[in-house]
Write a protein that binds this ligand. Structure first.
Ligand code: IPM
Ligand code: MG
Length: 360
């Protein structure tokens, strides 16, 4: 029997449409091989949405996303929209999507593939075997806290304000996702905060510590965020699962991603308590190489695999896609961001075609 899925595609800006096209080809191929039917609906977000409708997250897009089984997003943003007021910026559309779908848990794996060890800027012995999952809180913290804004002071100055705040329940729900994630991995969870300075972090640490009693099979540790940043670069293999707030997670997940050689390789999943998740590459829209057939589509393709695994409960199809990525790398195909000596440099389309051959 064929299982069918309604997927919203959000290609967005920059290299987004190019890499999305490759992921769709891959999904269709795997679908026909495994009796899965995908019904795709494309919607506007980010700069593309601003150009068409004046807003970065049109109501219709959120509605389409809510009605689908999963959302596959590429990337948003570009120089063209950088000067617009905040409510009209592409990033505001992405934040609105996360909030609108209540996607409080962002899973960002950073796994180094053996074929790409030499693409890392760190020494082989430091990065070989790195396998980290960053669990980032995504709908709270300083990204969403009130008050926020730029206000006039009594002395005629401007004062920019954001608020870092977390409630018990916000910490507990991301904590649970993190402990459960660690249980499925090596059973080590490191919670990252700034409890030596920030009250919000003290509450974070207290709640995460209290939760640990429910997960006796998980070894919990804590690090301050500055130390965590240092340890990630010094000896990343000490980490298994990391849980942290929105801002720290934004920063640390980029650092963790770079351990693997290229941010162009890493997928992510943003999940809520129920309803569709959003699956997207960790990298951005790379406007400098957009439209030149240079982009690396692998993070997008691996995001489609994450969608099959976490959102649609199709692990066999996910395995197949991940296997095809391994195969093309073993065959020596590399986009420019991961190019190394004696490898075959290809563009986005040729990488996509290699994947389809590997799947056949
Ligand atoms: C990310 C990005 C976003 C974030 C931006 C584009 C709003 O950096 O997904 O990590 O800060 O969350
Ligand atoms: Mg980021």
């Amino acid at each position: 029997m064929t299982s069918s899925f309604h997927i919203t595609l959000l290609p967005g800006d920059g290299i987004g449409p190019e890499i999305m096209a490759m992921a769709v080809d891959v999904l269709n191929t795997v679908g026909s091989q495994m009796d899965l039917a995908f019904e795709f609906e494309t919607a506007l977000i980010g700069g593309a949405a601003i150009d068409e409708t004046g807003e970065p997250l049109p109501e219709a897009t959120l509605k389409t996303c809510k009605a689908s089984d999963a959302v596959l997003l590429a990337a948003i943003g570009g120089y063209k929209w950088d000067g617009l007021p905040r409510h009209q910026r592409p990033e505001t559309g992405l934040l609105g999507l996360r909030a609108g779908l209540e996607l409080f848990a962002n899973l960002r794996p950073a796994t180094i593939l053996p074929q790409l060890i030499d693409a890392s800027s760190l020494k082989r012995e430091v990065v070989e075997g790195v396998d980290i999952m960053v669990v980032r809180e995504l709908t709270g913290g300083i990204y969403f806290g009130a008050p926020k804004g730029i206000f006039a002071t009594e002395t005629g100055q401007q004062r920019g304000v954001n608020t870092m705040a977390y409630t018990d329940s916000e910490i507990d729900r991301i904590g649970k996702v993190a402990f459960e994630t660690a249980q499925k991995r090596k059973g080590q969870l490191c919670s990252v905060d700034k409890a030596n300075v920030l009250e919000v972090s003290q509450l974070w640490r207290d709640r995460i510590t209290a939760l640990a009693a429910d997960y006796p099979d998980v070894a919990l540790s804590h690090l301050y965020v500055d130390n965590a940043a240092m340890q990630l670069i010094r000896w990343p293999k000490q980490f298994d699962t990391i849980v942290t707030g929105n801002l720290f997670g934004d920063i640390l997940s980029d650092a963790a991603a770079m351990l693997t050689g290229s941010i162009g390789m890493l997928p992510s999943a943003s999940l809520g308590a129920s309803g569709p998740g959003v699956y997207e590459p960790v990298h951005g829209s790379a406007p400098d190489i957009a439209g030149q057939d240079k982009a690396n589509p692998l993070a997008q393709v691996l995001s489609a695999a994450m969608m099959l695994r976490y959102g649609l409960e199709q692990p066999a199809a996910a395995d197949r896609i991940e296997q095809a990525v391994t195969t093309v790398l073993d065959q020596g195909y590399r986009t420019s961001d991961i190019m190394a000596e004696n490898m075959t440099q290809v563009g986005c389309k040729a990488m996509g075609e290699a994947l389809l051959r590997a799947l056949a």
